[in-house]
Every structure is written in structure tokens, then in C-alpha cells.
Design a protein around this ligand. Structure first.
Ligand code: ATP
Ligand code: MG
Length: 240
């Protein structure tokens, strides 16, 4: 229970991450989950959604790179995931192109009107699916279409306002290896995923760079992707 003046938390259910964040992500935040290829972004974001379903919070996953079917076949085989979770008001997977087509935006420039329409459709989906957790994997293709930083910033601000209305907490996946772009500057939180080579082994690491509304460790942690979920270990205790 949040104290007066303190925001409630969306406990991700990923124990190590919740410990780093002092209980979870402040509710209705937009968190950028950024990092290079194969660092575990999709796995972590998917566990966030599945843990949400288990704790009674429906989730919505918007894919931009893979089709939902391909995404499902590539999803990590968590022991706590059940295919029966893949239903409306539990966990829904939708392709961004479908959303763009349904909004009549295919082929059009991502100008102010198109961005407002896109955010309105996403906001409607969040309400229809009763989603308390949203993942867009990845946000890069959307932002790439937007030429102007002011418009990118508007997209983030409009999405943020819509998420606040629905008390929905979002992870936006990005393949950016630095967080100095507009989406990083505007996001409430940034989690950076990275690779670290130690003794000829490529470790995966995670670091919370910022998270508005909470104090948190900025240490770098080693993460292991296992069928029991994403395990988070302090770097020095990670055998390196
Ligand atoms: N449960 C698991 N146990 C072990 N390894 C796993 C598990 N889930 C995923 N992986 C491994 O994680 C890697 C891919 O992770 P993931 O797709 O989450 O990374 P990513 O950062 O999203 O990559 P990309 O940038 O290419 O989208 C693969 O090498 C895969 O074998
Ligand atoms: Mg991925």
C-alpha cells in the first residue's frame, strides 16, 4: 500500500529486479528496456507480462518485428507460463501493423494527426484488454518513422497520459545501446541490458539507469535466463 503522496508500485514479479527497484516500477510509468541484440530484453519483458497474469494483472504485448505466431513459437519456455494465459483480458499479443491498418494509417506519414490516432488506438486496446501491463517490442520501428524529435516527444507524452488514465505500466523495448535519444530522455525509467565478456564467456547484464518516483541501485547485475525466470545476481558475486 502506497503512503500518502507516494506512487503505488507495479511489482514486476522478477524478484531480483523488484529488489533493485525497492518493490517494483512506480505505477503508470513508461520504462525503456534498451540494449543490444540477444541481451534478454524480450525474455525479461515477457516474464514481466506473465508474472502480471499470475498476479491478476492482464497484459498486452504489441510486437513490431515478429508476427504474434512467430513470437509465441520463440517465447521462452518459463515453467510458470501456460498457453491458456494467451487470451483477452489475460495476455494478448497483437502486431503493430494490424493496429496501424485498423487505424487506417498504413502508408501515411507519421505526422501529428497520425501519432495522435495511433496512441488513441493503443489506449483503446489497453482499455479493451483491461491491461495493467503493456510491452511494445520494439518501439524502434515506430520512432524511426517519426522524423521530428518534437513529434517523438509528443508520442511519448500522449502515451504516458493514456497509461496514467488506465493505471497501466509500460515497458518499451529498444535496441539502442545508449539512452541519450529522445525516448530515453522522456521515459520515466531506463533499464539497460548489455553483454559483458569475462574469461571468454559472454555474460548478460542489467542496470537500472533511472526510475522516477523511487530510489534504486545503479549497480550492474548479471542476469541468467532460465526456465524459472530471469535471475539477477550482483556482478561481483556472479563468478566474475
Ligand atoms: N528460458 C531460457 N533459458 C535459457 N536461455 C534462454 C531462455 N530464454 C531465452 N533464452 C536465450 O536468450 C537469447 C535471446 O534473448 P532475447 O530474445 O530475450 O534477447 P533480445 O535482447 O530480445 O534480442 P533481440 O535484440 O535480438 O530481440 C537466446 O540466445 C535464447 O536462447
Ligand atoms: Mg527481442
Amino acid at each position: 500500500m502506497a503512503k500518502k503522496g507516494e506512487r503505488g508500485r507495479c511489482a514486476t514479479g522478477i524478484e531480483g529486479l523488484d529488489n533493485v527497484l525497492g518493490g517494483g516500477i512506480p505505477t503508470s510509468s513508461i520504462v525503456l528496456l534498451a540494449g543490444s541484440c540477444g541481451t534478454g530484453k524480450t525474455t525479461l519483458a515477457f516474464e514481466y507480462l506473465v508474472r502480471g497474469v499470475i498476479s491478476g494483472e492482464p497484459g498486452l504485448l504489441i510486437t513490431t518485428v515478429e508476427t504474434p505466431d512467430r513470437m509465441i513459437s520463440n517465447l521462452p519456455r518459463f515453467r510458470f507460463f501456460e498457453a491458456s494465459m494467451l487470451v483477452k483480458s489475460k495476455l494478448s499479443i497483437i502486431n503493430l501493423q494490424e493496429i496501424i491498418d485498423s487505424a487506417g494509417l498504413s502508408g501515411s506519414d507519421m505526422d501529428e494527426a497520425a501519432i495522435k490516432k495511433l496512441v488513441a488506438v493503443i489506449a483503446k486496446l489497453v482499455v479493451a484488454h483491461k491491461a495493467k501491463r503493456l510491452v511494445i517490442d520494439t518501439i524502434d520501428s515506430v520512432l524511426m518513422e517519426i522524423k521530428d524529435e518534437t513529434l517523438s516527444s509528443m508520442l511519448m507524452a500522449d502515451l504516458s497520459a493514456a497509461l496514467h488514465r488506465s493505471e497501466c505500466t509500460a515497458m518499451l523495448v529498444s535496441s539502442a545501446e545508449k539512452c541519450d535519444r529522445i525516448e530515453g530522455r522522456v521515459a520515466d525509467g531506463i533499464i539497460m541490458m548489455d553483454n559483458l565478456e569475462r574469461r571468454w564467456v559472454l555474460l548478460r547484464t542489467m542496470q537500472v539507469v533511472k526510475m522516477k518516483g523511487t530510489s534504486h541501485s545503479r549497480s550492474r547485475y548479471v542476469i541468467d535466463l532460465t526456465d524459472a525466470g530471469v535471475l539477477v545476481t550482483p556482478l561481483l558475486k556472479g563468478g566474475v
